[in-house]
Write a protein that binds this ligand. Structure first.
Ligand SMILES: *[C@@H]1O[C@H](CO)[C@@H](O)[C@H](O)[C@H]1NC(C)=O
Ligand SMILES: *[C@@H]1O[C@H](CO)[C@@H](O)[C@H](O)[C@H]1NC(C)=O
Ligand SMILES: *[C@@H]1O[C@H](CO)[C@@H](O)[C@H](O)[C@H]1NC(C)=O
Ligand SMILES: *[C@@H]1O[C@H](CO)[C@@H](O)[C@H](O)[C@H]1NC(C)=O
Ligand SMILES: *[C@@H]1O[C@H](CO)[C@@H](O)[C@H](O)[C@H]1NC(C)=O
Ligand SMILES: *[C@@H]1O[C@H](CO)[C@@H](O)[C@H](O)[C@H]1NC(C)=O
Ligand SMILES: *[C@@H]1O[C@H](CO)[C@@H](O)[C@H](O)[C@H]1NC(C)=O
Length: 356
């Protein structure tokens, strides 16, 4: 019984040896060799390969090349397989010989049939139009009719920055349509940027020198965000001298462009600019100015508290004027006194100096 089991196992192993491809059968001293060792062919293109069945110890009559397409010519133990148009996705090319012991030693051709993506397009998942800053959106890149999808790499870009590389898990050999997704969270700097994706078939050294690349159209990003003041609010009271020019700068950025409304201390006409200018400040301009900046996303306010000081220049004038007036009066009276008492040339300045 035990012997029987061993016998069964051995014969099972033995029969398994008859099916398989190169590398496993211990009774095969050598295996057929294909040239080139790997073929990468575009769907519909011609292809050819040569197989040397064995270098020694095999009969040309006991060897062959299995092929689903094309034709084979044999010269001794060398087989030449050729096809005008390769259009079989499940193509399998195998070269073999049978040993005297009845074992089959075989190799299959490493053959990749490819088709560059027919089209590539980009869109948002469940979203159209503008986006809001700091919210998450999903970009989707759809690739049509590409094979083999396992050699496809999809890259998402914003402007010229690669955001991520994605690959398929599928092992399908035939052309497929596949979509790849990437989550993005736009920031205000991304406003006006363009998103796009690129599908590239990476077919290795046996593939075409320039890997087939197909890019999508460009998807412009409109990112809306609430207004932000260019200069942060200043909580201190702004002191300004009467008669000076006052600039209250409320300039802000935002998308859409923000609008400005001002609440003024007096019943002045309404104003809607970003910078409020008062050419010559008077006391009636004192008080609180509130600038409200808003767009469809949000609102910010900036407060200015204005304190107007009396100009120091008129005081100087008054003081100087009074002093000068007084001196002139003193000088005049002194002059007339001198004229009356002495005939001489007194300089007014000298008199002033002595007098003061
Ligand atoms: C075999 O294929 C190679 C590579 O595609 C090509 O350069 C060559 O001309 C082909 N030979 C024949 C006989 O078809
Ligand atoms: C192969 O077969 C042909 C005819 O069928 C025969 O003439 C030839 O001798 C055989 N060659 C070998 C190596 O067995
Ligand atoms: C077959 O191979 C031999 C030796 O490699 C060569 O001399 C001969 O020309 C080949 N015949 C054909 C038909 O290719
Ligand atoms: C998109 O919206 C549809 C219906 O509104 C929903 O069934 C689907 O799950 C959504 N897809 C994603 C990725 O959110
Ligand atoms: C891929 O999409 C195209 C167009 O939508 C369609 O014609 C084709 O049948 C699809 N292919 C597969 C494999 O689903
Ligand atoms: C295709 O992709 C598979 C899986 O990533 C890889 O093993 C194989 O070498 C690739 N084929 C070529 C021709 O590069
Ligand atoms: C207002 O402030 C912004 C930002 O600092 C500046 O670019 C702009 O020139 C200022 N405008 C005036 C009129 O001062």
């Amino acid at each position: 019984m035990f012997c029987c089991c061993i016998f069964l196992s051995v014969s099972l192993l033995h029969s398994l040896c008859h099916f398989h491809v190169s590398g496993y059968d211990p009774s095969c001293t050598e295996f057929p060799v294909f040239t080139p060792s790997a073929l990468v062919v575009k769907y519909g293109d011609p292809a050819n390969a040569t197989c040397v069945v064995c270098q020694k110890d095999c009969s040309e009559n006991a060897s062959g090349l299995e092929h689903a397409m094309g034709k084979v010519t044999q010269n001794g133990t060398t087989m030449f397989w050729t096809v005008d148009r390769l259009t079989e996705w499940d193509i399998f090319v195998m070269c073999y010989y049978n040993t005297d012991a009845g074992d089959q030693c075989s190799s299959s051709l490493d053959l990749t049939l490819y088709q560059p993506p027919e089209s590539v397009s980009i869109s948002f998942v469940n979203h159209t139009g503008m986006m809001f800053e700091n919210q998450q959106y999903t970009l989707q890149c759809s690739v049509q009719n590409v094979a083999p999808v396992q050699n496809l790499t999809v890259t998402f870009y914003r402007r010229n920055t690669a955001l991520g590389h994605l690959q398929s898990n599928s092992e399908e050999k035939k052309p497929v349509n596949e979509t790849f997704t990437l989550n993005i969270t736009p920031s205000r700097e991304d406003d006006g940027a363009q998103y796009w994706c690129e599908a590239k078939l990476e077919l290795g050294p046996a593939g075409p020198q320039r890997p087939p690349v197909v890019t999508s159209e460009k998807l412009p990003a409109i990112v809306h965000y609430g207004p932000e003041l260019k200069e942060p609010p200043n909580p201190d009271v702004i002191t300004i001298t009467e008669g000076d020019t006052l600039h209250l700068n409320c300039s802000s950025v935002g998308n859409p462009s923000p609008s400005y409304t001002w609440t003024l201390p007096t019943n002045s006409p309404s104003y809607s600019g970003s910078v409020l200018t008062i050419k010559s400040v008077g006391f009636e301009h004192e008080g609180q100015y509130i600038c409200t900046v808003s767009n469809t996303v949000g609102t910010v306010t900036k407060e200015f508290n204005i304190d107007v000081q009396v100009s120091s220049i008129p005081y100087t004038y008054i003081i100087c004027g009074t002093l000068l007036g007084a001196l002139v009066l003193v000088g005049l009276s002194l002059g007339s006194y001198c004229k009356r008492n002495q005939r001489g040339n007194y300089k007014l300045s000298k008199i002033i100096v002595t007098d003061s």
